[in-house]
Design a protein around this ligand. Structure first.
Ligand code: GLA
Length: 676
């Protein structure tokens, strides 16, 4: 990363700001409210294309000049977005060929947002033009903190432009049509291609899609969007602007990008994170989103959006209480975020997101939610020394790595798998949640990444693997590492082709097993294991070929057969779990393995009292973050000063509260406060 948006010694605080939706009197009130809350950063221009370029090639940025001047006078910096996620209506009319087509061939027209075909030359040209315009006009502005390219890349087109570009991508990858036919296994169902023109994106079809085609199309779309992103960066750099560049990823549901490659292409990694659960699982989800993004970034990162006041659960928005908003915001920072930024500054007066939460709600500044924003702004100032990262950028030390790869997700979305209730993101998240519940810090790791720094590597449901990934895991174990592989990993290669002779073909040697049958369980069915653990969803008939069974199935057709196995490799080991453990059983297994390896929680016993403890490394010190999700006060004792309250060494932390302790010593105890 060549540039840094991270103003030394302070956190970025603010959110998406859409002044174009408001009259100028409101701008003045906005500036006053921003100053009161100590807001120092806003993101502008995200969806401003129609205001900025009202007619093709005619720009009008007077309004943007004015708001930038107001912000700058008030000491508020800005991320400037290129507005290319939302082409204006004129674009549809002028370039009907540049609209995205759904898989069934339906064109997607303006009236919402994201109505563009990523591979259409007219779209790419228009996106370059607007990026160049903004770069020339604002690229050297002193208030510019960074470029926010586009918004949440992920609009998929199945039309003729996509087909042309997909063919070019495939021809680059496979060289010949014969290779493609082989990789896609087109002998099945008479799919053999005789001419490149016959090859299409996966369109609406009669029955199941070709799995290899589906995954290649996902890979292609990720690469194609990355190329479009790269062109905008190129335009901006051509204007001489040196400000750092990012694009905002989206969690938890967006699975359109191969985030490791995308992260490499950004000056800093940013993410939009929206909770999907209101209960304690939401707290674990803050940790999950943060750990994933920090890992993609390889260090500090930017939380570009969260919701200030709401949690969308299914079809309703549950109130995110002010204390929780603060606790969650500090939680992201604990795990490496350099910011607390929200979507959005002011709640829209109308439009399809008018009921979305905001830093300033419809009722205005006289509200408990805005007051909480003011409190957060004050708190971020009190903890600002934490924002200075250590020289090596490693803001969090973890000894556990969870392997993450978008291709794992894509391959598990291919049709007609033995149990389609198996969901990649759920599996990865459940693994992370177990470590969260054990109070153990984790990173995510890319296949081929630096695994040696971890004592334990976990591979959840990585159905497709290539031989490099297999060799990487084998080397890790050979060098003394410990790996836990879950069911249905390494079963197919990167062309989604099963490795014959027993599952999981790619990993049989390492694991010392041969799986003869995959045996999904019916909904609600559970299988007891001999050591008291319980499996659900999935089971397998496993034969030992060098491994030992650490526990067995106890009933049914699998009674007595291995359920969990372990093969020692010198100082290292490879464990295989052939069923999906229930949440409690997964917690128990992973906590046991970690404990056997001598891995200790950040603060012993804290999580049982509802306190999440995270140690963030800083330039001058380590900082212990305590987030109290529980319901009774706790007594905190150790050596250091809480930057939030100024308390030293020993204090009581109330439910809902947070502490950020500059540590003088790393030993802490957290106990129930009752009777103290
Ligand atoms: C995304 C987008 C925003 C907004 C929010 C709503 O993250 O980037 O424009 O739509 O979702 O949650």
């Amino acid at each position: 990363m060549s540039h840094s948006p991270f103003a030394p010694g302070r956190f970025l605080f603010g959110g998406d700001y859409n002044p174009e939706q408001w009259p100028r009197e409101v701008w003045l009130e906005d500036i006053e409210l921003m100053k009161r809350a100590k807001v120092n950063t806003v993101t502008i221009g995200v969806f401003s294309w129609a205001m900025l370029e009202p007619r093709e090639g005619e720009f009008d940025a007077g309004w943007l000049d004015d708001i930038i001047a107001l912000l700058t006078d008030a000491g508020v910096g800005f991320f400037l977005a290129t507005p290319t996620a939302s082409p204006p209506p004129w674009f549809t009319i002028a370039h009907p060929d540049a609209l995205p087509l759904r898989a069934d061939g339906t064109p997607v027209l303006h009236g919402s947002r994201d109505t563009y075909a990523i591979s259409a030359p007219a779209y790419r040209g228009a996106a370059r033009r607007v990026a160049r315009f903004l770069g020339e006009r604002y690229g050297a502005h002193p208030g510019l903190r960074g470029w926010h390219i586009h918004n949440e890349y992920g609009t998929i087109d199945h039309g003729p432009h996509a087909a042309r570009a997909f063919r070019a991508w495939l021809s680059e990858k496979y060289g010949t049509l014969e290779n493609l036919n082989d990789a896609w296994y087109t002998a099945f169902w008479s799919q053999r291609y005789d001419n490149w023109e016959e090859v299409l994106p996966p369109q609406q079809t009669q029955y199941l899609h070709n799995p290899a085609q589906v995954v290649d199309f996902k890979r292609f779309c990720s690469d194609e969007m990355l190329a479009a992103y790269g062109e905008q960066v190129e335009e901006i750099r051509a204007t001489g602007s040196a400000a750092p560049v990012t694009t905002n990823f989206m969690l938890p549901t967006w699975n359109h990008l191969e985030q490791w490659a995308w992260s490499d292409a950004q000056d800093f990694v940013s993410v939009d994170h929206y909770l999907d659960t209101a209960g304690p699982d939401g707290e674990a989800h803050v940790a999950y989103g943060s750990d994933l993004t920090r890992s993609w970034a390889g260090g500090p990162w930017v939380l570009m959006e969260q919701n200030a006041t709401g949690i969308r659960v299914g079809d309703r928005t549950i109130v995110k209480e002010p204390d929780r908003m603060i606790r969650n915001s500090v939680g992201y920072i604990a795990r490496g975020s350099q910011s607390s930024l929200f979507f959005q500054w002011r709640a829209g007066a109308a439009g399809s997101e008018m009921w979305h939460g905001a830093m300033v709600p419809h009722v205005g500044g006289d509200s408990r939610s805005y007051e909480a924003i003011v409190r957060l702004g004050e708190m971020l100032e009190r903890i600002e020394e934490v924002a200075e990262p250590p020289a090596d950028g490693r803001v969090l030390e973890a000894e556990i790595g969870i392997v993450w790869h978008a291709e794992g997700w894509w391959s598990l979305e291919t049709p007609h798998l033995p149990n389609e209730a198996l969901d990649y993101a759920d599996e990865v998240r459940a693994t992370h949640r177990s470590f969260w519940r054990a109070g153990l810090p984790v990173d995510f790791v890319r296949p081929g990444g630096d695994a040696q720094r971890y004592r334990l590597l976990v591979v959840p449901a990585l159905y497709a693997m290539n031989s490099d990934t297999v060799a990487w895991i084998e080397e890790y174990v050979a060098a003394g590492g410990h790996v836990i592989v879950s069911f249905f990993s390494g079963v197919v290669d990167s062309s989604q082709r099963v490795v014959p002779g027993g599952y999981p073909g790619m990993l049989r040697e390492l694991l010392g097993i041969r799986v003869e049958e995959i045996r999904p369980l019916v909904e609600g069915e559970r299988l007891a294991l001999a050591d008291g653990l319980v499996g659900e969803l999935w089971s397998e008939r496993v034969h030992l070929e060098g491994a030992e069974a650490t526990t067995t199935y106890t009933s049914g057709s699998l009674a007595g057969a291995p359920a969990i196995t372990r093969r020692a490799h010198g100082a290292g080991s490879a464990v295989y779990v052939s069923t999906r453990l229930t949440p409690e059983s997964r917690d128990a297994l992973l906590a046991d393995v970690a404990s056997d390896l001598g891995l200790r929680p950040t603060v012993e016993g804290a999580i049982a009292l509802g306190v999440e403890a995270i140690r963030r490394r800083g330039a001058a010190s380590d900082y212990l973050f305590l987030l109290h999700h529980g319901s009774a006060p706790v007594r905190v004792e150790g050596g250091g000063v809480d930057l939030v309250t100024g308390a030293e060494d020993a204090f009581t932390l109330e439910p809902g509260g947070v502490a950020v302790i500059r540590e003088a010593a790393a030993a802490w105890s957290i106990t129930a406060a009752t009777g103290v």
